[in-house]
Write a protein of this length. Sequence first.
Length: 58
Amino acid sequence: MREYAILKAIGAQNSFLRRIVFEQAAIITMLGFIAASASPCSPRPLCQGSPPRSSSLR
């Protein structure tokens, strides 16, 4: 947050600060997607089959 305040104090426009925030968000999102895609651990086996049955509904 301090870096944005410094940029604003030296005259950076709001559109420039917004662009920085969106670019950083896009980079973090892409890195997270790549890490999740490359992960050997997948939730697919948990989603297959029938859902567990609850005996408390009777």
